[in-house]
Write a protein that binds this ligand. Structure first.
Ligand SMILES: [Zn+2]
Length: 991
């Protein structure tokens, strides 16, 4: 009680102080609030009505200027921005923006493109009229500043005089964070009509771009849910969204590395077109407004200038808001600034400034009591209050005021920001010969040209230039064939490429990471990348590739009766197979050689005698499209074969969480692998699953098997479907009642499905389900209390070359793993799996068990490099290193295993020191040698469990084919083995 009383007392003191501050400070700072321009009195009255406290107002938003021509949100939508209990649909926001554009010569609206569900994303551009009419010239100026190879310093200085920085603000990427689209409508109006010096300066000296809703699909669903209750108090709608976009929810802003989602693709393309100086993403989760700087360890590949710019702008915002007496505005907190997977990193990757806010949430738009409990500390001297009334208008006030401060600051210091932009671009070009590396080579000898092409395409989509070697060359002692691709580091976007291709090292003793800590794309895509430090490579003869890179394909010996296709786990081969279900294709169960060409196990054998019609034209067209060679021969190889099937597949989801499994669907859809999308309830209610499906895949879901069993709870039915009040729900799947889970019936149905010959695949934590309920005898999940293995790239080693799951893969693979689950043999009569005991591992030291170096670029045994200056500044040259080559052979093999009823296809590296490819690790002995991909036969069927996640954020294209293999070889997962192999297995050798 006394505590409560004290909180209230403190609250009152705080209010009083803030009011006094407001009175004292406001008249001084608010020098000329557009004296000649009147206010829209009705609108202004509503601003004051919906703001709960005077200290949540600033001079920038405590009024709305009137305009004789330009409509306000109140005029068009019937409510002001931040009116209580109202949220606007994306199409209403668009309608408003287009109304402003129609009325104001200072505003234009462009389409950014459409979402997966077909909704439009827009780009609003605001500037003074002359700038709008000459927008292409201003874009050209920024493009010139972006490329110092064609723009001299003297030319740059001239451009800096006339060019204008672009400030791009984006709203509502996170659907539950609802205030920004409302705020951005008012911001656009204010920028278009207000004549105060403060606003005019932004309009005259900068160009503002606004995308009011990034996640248009999620916003539509969110407004459905929040407004339904207001339209009908009896409406029965879910309190939160299960789905936002077609694929993922909150993870939609973690797609910046691989651009799997339309929203990321549209933002990237538009960014490269306009080259904004600042990109600013609006979020809501902190009291009352956090402006991003992060607290490190900062990304080791950006120019230190950009890190300074984050702080520079943030300090201005915090300083001004504090001076206005607004409590709770702060910086230096909240996230690390390490990973480039956030959408706003589109800017940081490209020499611009990427930033975000976390404002106190607007929620469903209602006004409510807000309690916070934040102790004052060095980064939060101005704490939020213990208790206030909070409204969506407060949210609009804080976001808008602070954003205007940032825009005004960038406009006022436009020369400095443009000069910094040019300088950062210069230093990116100089990187090749200063801090290095000089280039990355994608060798022509890579045996996965399709995967290589896919990664290079991604770099191209990020604006990175890719060259092709005109002839063979030697670099750092290695020979690379003609046609090898070279990503030069003497280009403006070298940092984007280096950031994605280099290795990361994150020291676990650094502040807790906010997200993934390793993402090296070469291993994750299954492509060989070689980091070259010697600048001599830059003078090799090479040609810029202007078209989208694709793997070559074709047909040889077209008049032969049998065609062979080398299987290399290229995702496009699965795409080809599923695109032609009518083709009879067999897989070779052993490797073989024909006409001196080696074909690995899993290679396709396509025989005329099995197929009607002429194969050659079909294969010729497919080979060109999917990038493979069909090699004609007179007879099939003398090896055992089995059919490559196109099974009836289903992806099973829960009604509790559909976030991570969305990345699985996205990967399947990219390669047009067909599947039914079913819920745990469908499985619960279908005793004869085998009549419908051959393979059921469960994406990542929950590490608690019982929560999958029980599912969603509640007192009354919870529909997820389209209705009059919720027209946007139900797009992915529908139900009248989300309550309940898989239930024991579902477990039984799954068990019967597998026993009858079905294949059940679980990914990452969903493996809790089959292990918990006894569907995987002999293997379970191990407790790893001391393991630190945050999302990163880890090394797995091939243990079972016979398994069709491994077709096309080499001895090693880089996979995405995050913390859990770690599998281990369970005592079903065999001995304990794994020969590497904890005590033994601890004694070896190294990165598996110690923390050897600071967070930075490179592997755990490499040196960090400071960006933006010569590598040898004050230090001797360091030992050269190469990026990881996942295909490289290694002699180190697992040496122990139980007599198990399951097959370990891949296991984590046995040596803790070799586990980590990119990211961080501590106590790696807890996962070293653990089975990473297992195949558990159960009667006639199989349960396949992944410890790592083969479908993570479109970053893991090199492990997609493990699941594709499971699909294509369903029914043939246990090919016949030789007598020797059987003998070896029963004597306890590793499988
Ligand atoms: Zn957010």
């Amino acid at each position: 009680m006394s505590c409560h009383y004290l909180r209230n007392a403190a609250c009152c003191v705080g209010k009083l102080a803030a009011v006094i501050l407001l009175i004292v400070v406001t008249p001084i700072l608010r020098a000329d609030p557009a004296a000649a321009q009147g206010n829209d009195e009705a609108y202004t009255a509503k601003i004051l009505e919906f703001t709960t406290e005077p200290f949540f107002l600033t001079p920038y938003v405590d009024h709305l200027p009137e305009s004789a021509t330009v409509p306000t949100p109140l005029d068009v939508l019937g409510h002001i921005a931040g009116a209580a209990d109202v949220l606007s649909y994306p199409e209403e926001v668009d309608e408003y923006m287009r109304a402003v554009a129609a009325a104001s010569p200072r505003v234009e609206v462009y389409s950014l493109g459409r979402s997966e569900e077909g909704r439009e994303m827009i780009l609003v551009v605001v500037a003074e009229q002359e700038t709008i009419t000459r927008l292409d010239e201003y874009k050209a100026m920024l493009a010139a500043l972006a490329d110092p190879r064609v723009t001299s310093e003297a030319q740059a200085e001239q451009l800096i005089d006339s060019a204008k920085p672009i400030y791009w603000a984006t709203g509502a990427i996170h659907s539950g964070e609802t205030g920004s689209p409302e705020m951005l409508m008012e911001l656009v109006y204010r920028l278009a009509v207000e004549e105060s010096d403060f606003i005019s300066s932004i309009r005259d000296n900068a160009i503002v771009m606004v995308t009011p809703v990034i996640e248009v699909d999620g916003r539509a669903k969110q407004v459905d849910v929040h407004m339904a209750k207001r339209k009908d108090p009896d409406a029965n709608v879910p309190s939160r969204l299960l789905y936002w976009g077609k694929y993922v929810a909150h993870d939609n802003n973690r797609d910046g590395i691989s651009l799997g989602l339309k929203l990321s693709q549209h933002v990237m393309r538009t960014f490269l077109e306009y080259k904004p100086t600042v990109f600013h993403d609006l979020h809501e989760s902190a009291s009352y407004l956090y402006t991003s700087t992060g607290r490190g360890p900062y990304n080791a590949w950006v120019d230190p200038i950009v890190i300074n710019e984050w702080s520079n702008i943030a300090y201005q915002e915090v300083r001004e808001m504090a001076a206005f007496g607004v409590p709770g505005v702060y910086t230096h907190d909240y996230y690390d600034g390490w990973g480039p997977n956030y959408m706003f990193w589109v800017a940081n990757m490209h020499n611009a400034i990427g930033r975000f806010y976390e404002t106190q949430g607007a929620g469903d738009g209602s006004t409510r009591v807000l309690r916070t409990n934040v102790e004052r500390n060095w980064s939060r001297p101005n704490t939020p209050l213990p208790e206030v009334m909070w409204s969506i208008r407060n949210n609009v006030n804080l976001q808008q005021s602070t954003l205007l401060i940032a825009m005004n600051y960038v406009a006022a210091h436009r020369r400095e920001f443009l000069r910094n932009f040019y300088r950062k671009s210069q230093r990116s070009v100089a990187k090749a010969t200063a801090e290095g590396p000089a280039a990355y080579v994608f060798p022509a000898s890579d045996d996965k040209p399709g995967q290589q092409a896919r990664l290079l395409q991604l770099l191209q989509r990020m604006g990175v230039e890719v060259h092709r070697a005109d002839r063979s060359f030697t670099a750092e002692g290695n020979e690379y064939g003609a046609g090898s691709y070279v990503v030069r580091m003497d280009q403006p976007y070298s940092r984007a490429a280096d950031m994605l291709l280099d290795k990361q090292y994150y020291n676990p003793n650094d502040p807790r990471p906010y997200d993934d800590v390793g993402w090296t794309l070469g291993p994750l895509y299954g492509a060989v990348t070689v980091r070259i430090e010697d600048p001599a490579i830059l003078s090799q003869r090479m040609t810029l590739v202007r078209d989208a890179i694709a793997a070559p394909g074709g047909i040889e010996n077209r008049n032969r009766p049998v065609f062979l296709v080398r299987y290399n786990a290229d995702n496009n081969l699965a795409a080809f197979r599923f695109a032609h279900p009518e083709l009879k294709i067999a897989a070779a169960e052993r490797s073989f050689t024909v006409d001196g060409i080696d074909f690995g196990a899993g290679s396709f054998v396509i025989r005329s005698e099995d197929n009607a019609g002429d194969l050659a034209p079909v294969l010729e067209q497919a080979a060109a499209r999917y990038g493979f060679f069909a090699y004609g021969t007179s007879s099939a190889p003398d090896v055992p074969i089995h059919p490559v099937v196109t099974p009836r597949a289903a992806v099973m989801h829960t009604w509790s969480n559909a976030q991570s499994e969305g990345w699985l669907r996205l990967g399947l859809d990219e390669y047009a692998i067909p599947y039914d999308y079913i819920s745990v309830q469908d499985v619960r209610d279908e005793p004869n699953l085998i009549d419908k499906y051959d393979v059921i895949v469960m994406g990542p879901s929950s590490d608690d098997a019982l929560s999958i069993l029980y599912g969603v709870t509640g007192d009354q039915p919870l529909p997820w479907r389209s209705s009059e009040l919720t027209p946007n729900l139900g797009a992915q799947d529908e139900t009248d009642d989300m309550r309940g889970g898989l239930e024991l019936e579902g477990i039984l149905n799954l068990a019967n499905f597998v026993k009858a010959g079905g294949t059940f695949i679980t990914i990452a934590n969903s493996s809790s389900l089959p292990t918990h309920f006894g569907l995987t005898p002999g293997i379970g999940i191990k407790q790893t209390p001391d393991l630190w293995a945050r999302g990163g790239v880890f090394r797995v080693q091939l243990k079972d070359k016979q398994s069709p799951l491994a077709y096309g893969y080499g001895d090693e693979l880089g996979v995405y793993f995050n913390t859990a689950p770690v599998f281990q043999a369970q005592s079903t009569g065999g001995r304990r799996f794994g020969g590497f005991g904890a005590a033994e591992a601890a004694a070896t030291g190294g990165p598996g068990s110690t923390t050897a170096r600071r967070s930075g670029r490179g592997g755990s045994d490499e040196e960090d490099i400071v960006q933006g200056r010569p590598r040898n500044l004050g230090q001797a040259g360091v030992e050269q290193s190469r990026s990881d080559e996942p295909g490289a052979a290694t002699e180190r093999r697992g040496d122990a295993g139980a007599v198990a009823s399951y097959r370990t296809v891949f296991a984590f590296a046995t040596d803790p020191e070799e586990l980590l490819i990119s990211g961080g690790i501590m106590n790696g002995q807890e996962m070293a040698g653990a089975p990473a991909l297992v195949d558990v036969p159960l009667d006639a069927g199989h349960v396949i469990m992944f410890s790592f996640n083969p479908f993570w954020r479109s970053e893991t294209l090199g492990s997609y084919a493990l699941v594709f293999n499971a699909l294509m070889h369903h029914g043939n997962l246990s090919p016949a083995v030789t007598d020797e192999e059987v003998a070896a297995q029963s004597s306890g050798a590793t499988r």
